[in-house]
Design a protein around this ligand. Sequence first.
Ligand code: PGA
Ligand code: ZN
Length: 437
Amino acid sequence: MRLRSFNPPCPDPTLVTEIAAVDAWEVLDSRGNPTVRATVDTAAGSGTFTVPAGASTGSHEAVELRDGDDRFGGMGVRGAVRAVREELAPVVVGHEVTEQATIDDALVAADGTDSLSALGANAVLAVSGAVARAAAATNGEPLYDYLSPGEPGGIPRPTVNIVSGGLHAHGGVELQDFLIVPMGAETYSEAIEVVWAVRKAVESRIADAGVRPLVADEGGFSPPMEGVVDAFELISAGIADAGFEPSVDDVAFAVDVAATHFYDPDAERYELETEGVSLDRDGMITQLLEWTETYPIVSLEDPLYEDDWEGYRRLAARLDDRVQLLGDDLLVTDRERIDRAIADSAATAVLVKMNQAGTLTRTTDVIERAHDAGLTAVVSARSGETCDSTMADLAVAYGAEQLKVGSLARSERLAKYNRLFEIEAELELPLVAVANA
Ligand code: PGA
Ligand code: ZN
């Protein structure tokens, strides 16, 4: 008979921080669509990351792999899960878990394409994100501390969706997000209280008008509206009802125009059907300038379609300094497109979405490049999310000026806001100043 030891074997301390196992599986996101979740284990800790998914995706984003078969209307991600298990796990197992950049390079090399279309950006990012979370757990550090290249300096200013349109609201006005920015708030808690009061006031106005205040994909309201001005007027009234002033110093507006989705490339026109207008590039620029002159807008995201570099240059030259020109579909968290925007003076702010980039290292590289060039970084969720809150830690770690994760509703949105409450309580930091304010 063999003698059995009742003590578990003591792990070799040199192996404790090596990646021992990687696994992945299919879960559902906030729209009920499949997405990839991965877990990375060392002997001392493990980390899980779940990939989000967009609806108004830019055509230059890293490519998510979908099965295209009968399951889930073709949206299944079993192929991406298989890629994690069979192709990516062997590449990362055995690495020191803290070697994020080396691991991310190896993941990109295993895919072999720049757009990550071979194994899927959803497969690659699932592993990349889980590695970072496993490293923080292995080190026994909060994620923001582990990720931070220096000392975290502040909490990003919440830029919060109040009214939704476009592809997130299945009808209604073409513009995708009408957001508010609590410019007067000095702390994160105060900022959220301001937003809460405005959102409740807007909800009451919608209900008082006899309409059910149901919410769209990111938790914003989507009442019937005859045009863009209705949305601005509704929110302005809500801001006043809540005891604030619609102004660039108190409660300001931000807009995600998401213009690619109502741009007709053949006719080269912006089709704003609810406005009853069809505009060429210069007509669209004139319309955008009119909105920014009428309402206290401090941020315009994707105001023109995703490849209109010349339009962005022209708009940037005419836009008041107080309005940041924020690239989402234009820049797709991509280093080369951001370099071009900097060289061309085509944007003053970068939307940062991990799944557009495909790895954590590509994402942090973009934030650092933006900051080096004096651009604002706005860390953003996708319209399809889970309760993964990694982006909140990332935003604090890299000093992002703003966080854009939807409205104050739905648990996948609140997971990010609530994580910032935790970080605020731990670090007692003020909000980061908005560069263009
Ligand atoms: P998406 O929307 O996740 O559907 O792309 C978010 C955004 O456009 O900012
Ligand atoms: Zn956007």
